[in-house]
Structure formats: structure tokens, C-alpha cells
Design a protein around this ligand. Structure first.
Ligand code: TRP
Length: 368
């Protein structure tokens, strides 16, 4: 095991990525990628994990692999610096999952708070819980360890997965000897990045709630979402009324996205967001002006992403080559880890013929 700085992160390909993904993780991935501080960046399109709660709808996963890759490329994930790979094509992950299952109890899996919440959300509590879904934190531990990742940038909701992965690593190394790299979660620094609410103020952007701004949305769709659905301050009826900026989605989004340069360019009445907020709280600043400014900020953030996506959309062959090459690299890497794991577990029977001798001696001894 070398001492390298290796990142692994990933997404379930169940839909297009949205502004919440951008603010909460994609933007930072690009920064980490370009920081020069990491020996490897691996990004896993977790289609197998997505199947654990979409077994009856594999078509949805198949469709969204391309959407997710396009979203990655359009935000600036650079395939010459980051390895983008597809989980189902990495057989080592399946084998590792199977071995790690023996190191986790069902009682421990039942306590994972994220899985618990998801079980309720998906209705599995009534319908019956698929064993694969129940065990997906184990498969996520396989993802992480297969790449020897020491850093795993994820959202807060993934902390329980990291905790379980760390426990599995600890147990594996204790039982079979130092083999696996201990991973650590890296979560977004500030609150607004951690959870950007939906345009309607609901805690999360979700496709079924229709409260998302997708990275691939057109300017007119975004305008509709902001002007039609975005929640402001229900007590701010007249422009002259004092307003609240906390819990006001327009300001939450501005917190996450706007810079002083945006003010210089689009709203020079204020030097920065603090000044704008003060005016809003005092009264005299209308929601229309705030939304118009936010739309400018959103356009400036999203139009280069949209343009980049349009470019890649014209060359799906090239996108296919990118994930083919990334996946091939990942196959090598994860197979090497699996070989190491099998050796540590002493189930590496077919590496060489040395076990023939071992068995012969054993049989000889038994006869003595
Ligand atoms: N569970 C993660 C999510 O839902 C996706 C994921 C799968 C992942 N494997 C991973 C994240 C490995 C980090 C590392 O967002």
C-alpha cells in the first residue's frame, strides 16, 4: 500500500444533476482536480448502487449514465485529470462487497441512519426491503477501498456510509492484516453549500417535487422556476416592508453563488451581498429586483456549463471513449486491490501452483 492522496467519489445515475449537486459537490471536485494536491481522482458512476432501489427500472439508470457524464464534463471534470468510470463494469467491486458482507452484522446495517430514512422514503418498510438495498453501504465500502481512496468528498448524508466503510476497513485489517487504506470523508465547508434547498424552500431539490434547477436547464426554464416558484419572504408584502433574508430562498441561493464581481456587473447599487441584505431587511428593496439579480448570477454560472454540454452532446462517441478508457483504468486498479485482498484472506489459490505443495505436505502429515 503506497501513501498516496487518492480521491474517490461518485453519484447514482438516477437523473440529471442539478444546482444542488453543483454547489454541494461538483464545483469542489473541479477545484480538487485542479489543485494538484491529489495523485488520483476517481469518479464513480454508481449504476449498481442505483439498481438497489431501481431493480424494476434498469432503463432509467441506462439513460442517466450519459446525462451524468455530460454533466461532469460540462462543469469542468477533465478526463485527462480525473478517471470517470462505471461501477457495473468493475467486477472487483462485486467480489469485495461479498467478502465485506461477512464483516458487518445485520444489526449494524439496520442502524445506518441514512439507509433508515431511505427505507421509509422508498416505502420499503411496507413493501419489503431488498437485501441489496439494505447492504448497499457495504458495496460503497467496496467502492472506496477498491480505489485505495483516503479522501472521499461527499455530502453530509453520506457520513454514515463513511463511518461504516471505516469500520469495515478497521475490521478487515485487524482480521487479515494491514491491507486496506483507511478513508476519510470530506464534506462541504459551509452550510449553504451543504444543502441548497429547492426553489420552493423544501429541504432538498428533488425531481418528484419539481423544485430543481438542472445544470442542463435552458435560461427560460430557469426563469420560470425563479419567477414562478421561488419562495421569498411571505411577510414582505410591500416593497417598503422590512424583509427577512433568513429562510428566504433568493438569498440562500445568492449566499451560495454570488460574488462581489456579480454586484459590480449587475447590481452596482451594492458593493456586496451584505449591503443588499441590509437594504432588504430595512425595507425598500423589492423581490423583483432580487430575483432579477439572482437570474443574472444563475445565468453567469450556468451558461458556460450549458455551452460546454452542448459541445459534448454533439460528440457522444467521444464521451463513450472517455468512460470506456476511464473504466478500463479503473478495472486495473480495482483488480489489483482485489488481488491484494484475496492474498490477505488466503483465498488466492490460483496465483501460482504453490498451494499444490502446501496440500501435498498437509496430506503427508495427516498420514504420519
Ligand atoms: N451513495 C452516494 C450518493 O448517493 C453515491 C456513491 C456510490 C458514492 N459509491 C460511492 C459516493 C463512493 C462516494 C464514494 O450520493
Amino acid at each position: 500500500m503506497e501513501n498516496k492522496n487518492i480521491i474517490l467519489t461518485g453519484d447514482r445515475p438516477t437523473g440529471r444533476l442539478h444546482l444542488g449537486h453543483y454547489v454541494g459537490s461538483l464545483k469542489r471536485r473541479v477545484e480538487l482536480q485542479n489543485s494538484g494536491n491529489y495523485d488520483e481522482i476517481n469518479i464513480l458512476i454508481a449504476d449498481d448502487q442505483a439498481l438497489t432501489d431501481n431493480a424494476d427500472n434498469p432503463g432509467k439508470i441506462r439513460e442517466n449514465i450519459i446525462n451524468v457524464v455530460l454533466d461532469y464534463l460540462s462543469v469542468g471534470i477533465d478526463p485527462t485529470k480525473s478517471t470517470i468510470c462505471v461501477q457495473s463494469a468493475l467486477p472487483a467491486l462485486h467480489a469485495l462487497t461479498f467478502y465485506y458482507m461477512n464483516l458487518v452484522t445485520t444489526a449494524r446495517l439496520s442502524r445506518n441512519p441514512t439507509v433508515k430514512a431511505e427505507i421509509q422514503l422508498r416505502g420499503f418498510a411496507d413493501e419489503g426491503l431488498p437485501a441489496g438495498f439494505f447492504a448497499y453501504p457495504v458495496s460503497q465500502a467496496a467502492d472506496i477501498t477498491a480505489f485505495d481512496a483516503n479522501v472521499v468528498p461527499v455530502g453530509e448524508d453520506q457520513l454514515p456510509m463513511l463511518e461504516q466503510a471505516r469500520e469495515i476497513v478497521e475490521k478487515f485489517n485487524r482480521v487479515y492484516g494491514e491491507t486496506l487504506v483507511m478513508p476519510k470523508a470530506m464534506i462541504p465547508e459551509n452550510e449553504t453549500q451543504r444543502r441548497l434547498p429547492g426553489v420552493d424552500g423544501k429541504a432538498k431539490m428533488s425531481k418528484s417535487l419539481g423544485n430543481c434547477i438542472y445544470l442542463s436547464d435552458t435560461a427560460s426554464v430557469i426563469k420560470k422556476q425563479v419567477n414562478g416558484k421561488m419562495y421569498t419572504d411571505p411577510l414582505h408584502l410591500q416593497i417598503t416592508d422590512p424583509g427577512h433574508t433568513e429562510g428566504n430562498v433568493v438569498f440562500t441561493y445568492l449566499d451560495a453563488l454570488c460574488t462581489d464581481e456579480h454586484f459590480a456587473e449587475y447590481l452596482p447599487d451594492y458593493a456586496n451581498l451584505e449591503e443588499m441584505k441590509e437594504h432588504y431587511r430595512r425595507g425598500g428593496l423589492g423581490d423583483g429586483t432580487c430575483k432579477k439579480f439572482l437570474l443574472n448570477v444563475l445565468e453567469e454560472t450556468l451558461s458556460p456549463i450549458r455551452a460546454e454540454r452542448a459541445k459534448w452532446e454533439k460528440d457522444i462517441d467521444a464521451v463513450y471513449d472517455i468512460i470506456t478508457e476511464g473504466t478500463a483504468r479503473a478495472v486495473e486498479k480495482t483488480n489489483a486491490t482485489l488481488a491484494r485482498v484475496r492474498k490477505a484472506m488466503r483465498i488466492d489459490y490460483f496465483n501460482d501452483r504453490s498451494i499444490v505443495k502446501e496440500w501435498e505436505e498437509l496430506l503427508k502429515k495427516a498420514k504420519q
